[in-house]
Design a protein around this ligand. Sequence first.
Ligand code: GAL
Length: 450
Amino acid sequence: MDSTIQDTPINKKHFGEDFTWGVSTAAVQIEGAHDADGKGESIWDVFTAKKGKILNGHHHRTATDFYNRYQDDIDLIKQLNIPNFRFSISWARILPDGTGAVNQAGIDYYNRIIDYCLQQGIQPWLTLYHWDLPHALELQGGWTNRAVVDWFTEYVKICANAFGDRVKHWMVMNEPAVFTGAGYFFGIHAPGKTGIKNFMPAIHHAVLSITAGARVLRGALPDAEIGTTFSCSYIEPYSDNPKDVAAAVRVDALLNRLFIEPILGLGYPAELAVLKGMEKYILPGDEDNLKFEFDFIGIQNYTREIVKYSFFTPYIHASLVKAQKRKVPVTTMGWEVYPASIYHMLKKYDKYPQIKKIYLTESGAAFPDEIINGEVNDPKRVEYLQNYLQQVLKAKNEGCKVSGYFIWTLTDNFEWAEGYKPRFGIIYVDFETQQRTIKASGLWYANLLR
Ligand code: GAL
């Protein structure tokens, strides 16, 4: 396949032979088949069915139909020379009620994907939880109920047992800050709960579950590479006014340190006064259980945020100065295009001696792509990826322990509350016909990885 972009300034060789290249996806965003073959309801099935929750009333019930088209999509991954494929398991396909009876058809489905990847020479990277809690468990409080740690442990054991003979790379959870913050504080993601009373227990139970799940994997699969992923944004104060500077420190603690530090054995960040409300959820012995020595940390970075002191914002007394207001280049999500962000985040996490290895498990951008004469030319995405990778290389050359890069994402897909409007894929999807068209960015990636 010939790339339309010939002179890529970055070269795979500069990253070294051992650098891991991949592409990332998540079950809810691509699978569709929301009730096929015994799958139970997830919180996203229930949330998307409610009025006004998702832009334009979109839902994920068909999504990109990956459930039925996985072979074609894995063929495309192969065609693009991408050696590693990250995808997530839907808990409710494996355990329709969240606990108890196992749905063999769900296990068979993921086995087919894993086997097909391996036949094509593609390594599967599994995420065990990418935000789709079984609804049956949400009815019992979901992440606010401490029993979720046991429910999650049971589910992880089943997955380790079913897939561990072939899957060597595992991520316990995807971005706990986002699913607890958006799902249990702001209510803009499933399950749509709000307020500090839901957020506090959800945070603590998510951390306990991440490390409990990791211990299960370590025990069952001593040779597997075990990690978990975190969202992060580079934070800068709006001005050098000490109030703005202090506000930026608080937002940094909330977005970039809240989940990772307890897992590294450092406890919850002291800067977050709001966390005082969490004490009642922390039981004797928890402190030790919050820690786990991961083989790697996955970080996912898209942008930076500029932070201002705000008297009126409860708890955190800080607000974000929107990119549109700052008149900087943005993506369809309204996120600033700021390549140095990824460099700063790598440098930040590199400083923790407890972190052994970092993979960028997601990086990418949404732009309003269009098919013209059967082609999708997306120069902004190519530029974005090149510039972000340039910054990754800079950090790597300075000795940073970064070992891989996964593009978000393979195909355009269901972007949560934003529905199908933001197109993040390196492959275009016509959602009427499900036809795939490799974008110029896909050709660029194929060329880079050749
Ligand atoms: C991440 C998330 C992905 C994807 C991406 C782009 O936070 O893990 O599922 O939606 O952002 O918004």
